[in-house]
Write a protein that binds this ligand. Structure first.
Ligand SMILES: Cc1cc2nc3c(=O)[nH]c(=O)nc-3n(C[C@H](O)[C@H](O)[C@H](O)COP(=O)(O)OP(=O)(O)OC[C@H]3O[C@@H](n4cnc5c(N)ncnc54)[C@H](O)[C@@H]3O)c2cc1C
Length: 380
């Protein structure tokens, strides 16, 4: 083995999870003697996504929060309300700001190398793990991997719903937005293809990110997101003319498949490490908590795999996925009841896997009992 290519840590994937972990390693200030390699196939120069999430306190990327809201609208079946989120704030970070911020910090560190190329393989060997980057083997004591090479094979009772969406950043002629009021979910949309909603993140009276989202079992042949956004704008926003200054689209797997936390010295992070919340697709905050826990263990010289948290949240997520997958209840009705009958802060804490059992029982009892009970029994 070429000793020159031996690292302490290799971070495979410079996306949200890889960069978050590396920034938290740097900020710990105590791992600067570790030789680290960051690899990705892309140079991360485009604004390919925006991350929205909620927090009660300043987070690790506070300085690049692009906009924040203390209130959001919810529009569901027979229920419309501006929800106060306190003690939470809903925050938005633009992908490009995140990549630039992280890479600028990383490039200042003499102990970190960056390589761009295709990771073809990850394997363990006696003293660590190696990856193959464009045909070259690179070794490390630990590899932190966020690359999901393929969709896993699903076992019985495991679901793989797709949350797919397209968003436009628009500049309108008329001042139609309130920059202090976001729209978390607006279900006044066609529900025929599956759970479908619009969310709106306004930045000024005349500019916002408007996103059209569906949860479906498979990708519809030609989901017409553009037509969905246009129709929504005609019906609910008296915007006059508008121009599109940016676009994003994506697919997030909503699954109760248990991604392995590790395989020997290969430690999985991000979506590939099970950090995407199965019932919502939210991932950003889970990645930050996971990164902090990994850094704690590295500082203590412990194996950097952390406990996955209370299993009951996996059970709740599985129950909801069962209902959505088998069409036992319409998603818009479930989310409407969730927000109509519970305080927003309780729902957000629940979706963060941070609620108490008492709160969870209250939330569960606010949902239609029979279908949820039947689905829960199937998941037990
Ligand atoms: C458009 C979009 C919007 C989203 N919005 C939100 C949101 O608002 N809130 C939220 O909580 N979550 C959101 N998510 C979900 C989740 O937060 C993101 O997917 C997040 O980027 C996941 O982080 P990750 O590091 O696991 O994966 P990624 O960020 O995708 O990083 C994986 C990295 O691996 C690299 N890679 C892949 N294959 C290879 C290979 N063979 N060789 C080398 N490199 C490779 C990729 O280039 C990429 O940089 C969104 C997802 C998308 C797609």
């Amino acid at each position: 083995m070429d000793t020159l290519k031996q690292y302490d840590y290799i971070i495979a994937g410079a996306g949200c999870a890889g960069l978050s972990l590396l920034v938290q390693i740097i900020r710990s200030g105590k791992l600067s003697e570790k030789k680290i390699l960051l690899v990705d196939k892309a140079e991360k120069k485009i604004n390919d996504r925006t991350w929205c999430f909620w927090e009660t306190a300043p987070g690790p990327f506070e300085s690049i929060v692009h906009h924040r809201w203390e209130k959001t609208w919810f529009h569901g079946e027979g229920f419309s309300k501006l929800l106060p989120l306190s003690p939470y704030q809903y925050k938005l970070i633009r992908g490009i700001d995140f990549y630039e911020y992280c890479f600028s910090l990383i490039r200042q560190q003499s102990n970190i190398d960056i390589r761009f190329g295709n990771v073809e393989q990850l394997e363990n060997y006696t003293d660590g793990a190696f990856l193959v980057l464009n045909g070259e083997k690179l070794y490390a004591k630990y590899i932190f991997n966020s690359i999901l090479f393929e969709k896993p094979v699903l076992k019985k009772n495991k679901y793989w719903l797709l949350q797919h969406f397209k968003g436009w950043t628009i500049e309108t002629e008329k001042p139609v937005f309130k920059p202090s009021e976001a729209t978390l979910m607006d279900f006044r949309t066609d529900q025929r293809l599956g759970t479908t909603f619009v969310y709106i993140m306004p930045f000024s009276p005349t500019s916002a990110l408007v996103e059209y989202t569906l949860f479906t079992n498979s990708l519809p042949e030609s989901p017409d997101y553009d037509a969905g956004i246009k129709k929504y704008m005609q019906e609910h926003l008296d915007a006059g003319g508008y121009k599109i200054s940016g676009e994003e689209s994506g697919i997030i797997p909503m699954t109760n498949h248990k991604f392995p936390a590790s395989n020997g010295k290969i430690i999985n992070i991000g979506t590939a490490g099970g950090q995407t919340k199965a019932s919502s697709g939210y991932t950003f905050r889970f990645i930050q908590k996971h990164s902090a826990a990994i850094v704690d263990r590295l500082l203590n010289n412990s194996y950097p795999v952390t406990a996955s948290g209370p299993g009951r949240f996996h059970f709740y997520d599985s129950t909801l996925l069962h209902i959505l997958h088998h069409n036992k209840l319409a998603g818009h009705l479930i989310f409407t009841q969730l927000f109509q009958k519970n305080k927003p802060r309780q729902v957000l804490r629940f979706l963060d896997n941070e609620s108490s059992l008492k709160d969870e029982l209250k939330i569960i009892s606010s949902l239609p009992t029979i279908p949820f009970l039947k689905a829960a029994v199937k998941q037990l």
